[in-house]
Design a protein around this ligand. Structure first.
Ligand SMILES: NC(=O)c1ccc[n+]([C@@H]2O[C@H](COP(=O)([O-])OP(=O)(O)OC[C@H]3O[C@@H](n4cnc5c(N)ncnc54)[C@H](O)[C@@H]3O)[C@@H](O)[C@H]2O)c1
Length: 289
C-alpha cells in the first residue's frame, strides 16, 4: 500500500467482484476502508475493517458510515431478477444508503451505475452523458433509479455524487461489444478516486470505460473531471475479432437485439418487440443549448 495517508472510505457490496478489485485499487491510492456486505469478508488487509450488514438496514449503515469521507455504493441487484428483487435491493437499498450517508454526514457518494441504463440505444450510436435513458432490463431500471436519487441528493442537500455507468470491468475486453465498454481495474480505481477527491463535484454522470475512442461513448464529462484512462481497447481488437467475428449483413444474428444494441444479452432477454424499433432514432439524444 502507498501508505494509508488518505481518509476512510466505505464500500457497500465490498464482497462482490467489483468490490474485491476496488479494495486493492483504493488501498494503493492510500485509503483506509470500511467494507460493508451481507456476505462475510474474511481476508481484510491492514487498513480494512469489514462489517456484516444489509444495506436496507439504514440505522446500521448509518452507524458504520460514521467518520467516512465518502461511500462507494456497489451493493444492488446485479441480475435481471424479478421486480421485487430490484425494488428491495436496488431501489430500497439505494434509498437506505443515500439517507444513511446523509444522516452520517458522509456527503460524497460514488454510485455504481451501469451502461444498461442506456442499453436499448443502437450499438452504432456514440452516446454522451445527455443520452436519454433506455434501460434494457429491470436491472437497468433499478440502476437508473440510483442515478436519480443521486441527482436529488446532490442538488437538494449539497451532496457530491459521481454516478459511474460502468461498462464491463475486467483485465481485458472479452468480446466485440465489450470493446466499446470495457474498463480496466486501474482506470476504475482512477475514476472512483476522482469521485472521492474532486473539489467541485456536484452531480456528474460518467461512463466507466477505459479509452475506447470512437466506439460506444463520448466520455467528455469524465475527461472534464480530470480522468485520463491508462488503458485502451484498441490493442485487443484482432484478438477479439478472431473469436467474435462481425456477423454477416442480413443474418439472424445481425438482427438480434443483443447485436443491434449496447445492452447485449440483457436486450435479448424476454424481447418481444420489433427489431426495427431498435434502429437509430431522432430521440436518441436530447440536446440542450
Ligand atoms: N461487474 C461489472 O462489470 C459491472 C458492470 C456494471 C455495473 N456494475 C455494478 O457494480 C456493482 C457491483 O457489481 P459486482 O459485479 O461486483 O456484483 P456482485 O454481485 O459480484 O457483488 C454485489 C455485492 O453486493 C452485495 N449485496 C447485494 N445486496 C446487498 C444488501 N442488501 N446488503 C449488503 N450487501 C449486498 C452482495 O452480497 C455482493 O457481494 C453493482 O452495483 C453492479 O450493478 C458492475
Amino acid at each position: 500500500m502507498a501508505g494509508s495517508t488518505n481518509g476512510l472510505i466505505a464500500i457497500t457490496g465490498a464482497a462482490g467482484l467489483v468490490g474485491t478489485g476496488l479494495r486493492l485499487q483504493l488501498r494503493e491510492h492510500g485509503y483506509r476502508l470500511v467494507l460493508l456486505d451481507r456476505k462475510p469478508i474474511t481476508d481484510c488487509s491492514e487498513g480494512e475493517q469489514a462489517f456484516l450488514v444489509d444495506i436496507t438496514d439504514q440505522a446500521a449503515v448509518t452507524r458504520h458510515l460514521a467518520g467516512c469521507e465518502a461511500v462507494v455504493h456497489l451493493a444492488s441487484c446485479t441480475t435481471d431478477a424479478p421486480w421485487s428483487e430490484q425494488v428491495t435491493l436496488s431501489i430500497e437499498g439505494s434509498i437506505s444508503l443515500f439517507e444513511a450517508a446523509r444522516a452520517a454526514g458522509v456527503m460524497r457518494v460514488i454510485y455504481a451505475s451501469s451502461h444498461h441504463v442506456v442499453g436499448y440505444h443502437p450499438r452504432s450510436s456514440v452516446l454522451d452523458e445527455h443520452a436519454v435513458l433506455k434501460p434494457d432490463s429491470r436491472y437497468g431500471v433499478g440502476k437508473a433509479f440510483g442515478e436519480s436519487i443521486g441527482a436529488m441528493m446532490a442538488y437538494k442537500y449539497d451532496m457530491r455524487v459521481l454516478a459511474i455507468r460502468i461498462g464491463n470491468v475486467n483485465t481485458k475486453p472479452i468480446d466485440r461489444r465489450r470493446m466499446g465498454n470495457w474498463i480496466s481495474w486501474r482506470d476504475l480505481g482512477q475514476l472512483v478516486t476522482i469521485g472521492i477527491t474532486h473539489p467541485t463535484l456536484c452531480f456528474e454522470v460518467v461512463y466507466g470505460i477505459s479509452d475506447a475512442t470512437g466506439r460506444d461513448y463520448h466520455n467528455d464529462a469524465a475527461y472534464a473531471l480530470g480522468y485520463r484512462p491508462q488503458d485502451r481497447s484498441e490493442p485487443f481488437e484482432a484478438e477479439v475479432l478472431a473469436h467474435d467475428p462481425i456477423p454477416a449483413t442480413g443474418s439472424e444474428q445481425a438482427h438480434a437485439p443483443s447485436e443491434m444494441t449496447k445492452g447485449g444479452a440483457f436486450s435479448d432477454n424476454e424481447f418481444a418487440g420489433s427489431s426495427a424499433r431498435l434502429l437509430p432514432r431522432l430521440s436518441d439524444r436530447k440536446i440542450f443549448s
